[in-house]
Design a protein around this ligand. Sequence first.
Ligand SMILES: NC(=O)C1=CN([C@@H]2O[C@H](COP(=O)(O)OP(=O)(O)OC[C@H]3O[C@@H](n4cnc5c(N)ncnc54)[C@H](OP(=O)(O)O)[C@@H]3O)[C@@H](O)[C@H]2O)C=CC1
Ligand SMILES: CC(=O)N[C@@H](CCC(=O)OP(=O)(O)O)C(=O)O
Length: 350
Amino acid sequence: MHDKIRIGVLGASGYTGADLVRLAARHPHVEIAALTANTHAGKEMGAVFPHLAILDLPRLKAWEEVDWSELDAVFCGLPHGTTQEITAAVLSANPKARIIDMSADFRLRDASVYAEWYGHEHQAPALQEEAVYGLTEHYRALIKDARLIACPGCYPTAVLMALLPLVRQNMIDARDLIIDAKSGVTGAGRGLKQNTLFAEAGEGLSPYSVGKHRHAPEIEQEIGVAAGMPVTVNFTPHLIPMSRGELVTCYVRLGEGVTAGDLRQRLVEDYASEPFVHVLPEGGVPQTQNVRGSNYVQIGVFPDRIPGRALVIAAIDNLVKGSAGQALQNMNVAFGLEEGEGLLQLALFP
Ligand SMILES: NC(=O)C1=CN([C@@H]2O[C@H](COP(=O)(O)OP(=O)(O)OC[C@H]3O[C@@H](n4cnc5c(N)ncnc54)[C@H](OP(=O)(O)O)[C@@H]3O)[C@@H](O)[C@H]2O)C=CC1
Ligand SMILES: CC(=O)N[C@@H](CCC(=O)OP(=O)(O)O)C(=O)O
């Protein structure tokens, strides 16, 4: 065992991979030992991401060329659908490696739900069964010993941080959840796509995957566990003209005799010792600019004008708490480190 945790970052030429490198490079207990890419394999990281050129980093290579036996932890920032085969190969070459996956490949516990939403049978069902859902604040005890950690999607991260404590205590009706979500365009990755071109995303706000986004079953899975019954949610994401950041507005029905103030108090108490969760004082408005570049989540609770209803709003940076930051937080838990190591930087504001 080396003094430092030797990590590999798969998909380092993508947005989540690059943000993982940005954070890990300043982590006192991490050594970045391998970086992979697909079309960018063979290039220097600094040529693909000039903001990282100041670092002394390994050259990007194809994942097939990595010596897995050298690595203690492997972060996967690969397109969903590609991680299953690669994870199986990594673990067969090095069964002691800890895999921290940022893709959607191991999040859904029910193989038939996975097949329905991702359009193909799961390629590594045994690993899928082994995977632990990597929402750090709610699965810490399992993450500690997990070999395969499936980090949540960016939208589910924000929604579940806002709602899980309330559903668990039966303070809101888990069968009546309406979630309006907005994400910056980095949520769609670095690859060229027409809808994220400046000319097409820069001056408009667009709903997408209306009524059929694949994060709905992921949110339903976790809300269902907390509620102790199957649930369905109404979830609509929007693409918004900014690079980073995500805001989810959850419209909830209050339980009998419960007030918005009670919801806020519950969140304050549940998250009292959480370093990355900031439940705002009454009237406080979560804003993406207050968490930009940081691993923090802001949560605010508001009474609705309609009796018996309330709004719970959460803001995160999709690339940090929504992926790379949460992944590093999970590594800290898995290796018994202080959870904030490498992650305590404040938001880049304004
Ligand atoms: N962006 C976000 O906010 C979030 C993303 N995620 C998930 O994280 C994962 C990565 O996302 P993101 O970084 O945005 O994506 P990007 O498109 O920016 O990056 C994808 C990376 O995967 C590599 N890659 C592509 N195809 C293959 C392949 N067949 N085999 C091996 N490597 C391949 C690419 O290499 P190259 O560029 O060299 O071709 C690139 O390094 C996705 O599953 C995404 O859904 C999760 C939470 C938030
Ligand atoms: C703006 C945008 O396109 N966002 C992505 C979500 C990013 C994410 O969390 O995706 P995974 O579930 O694949 O990890 C989307 O809606 O598909």
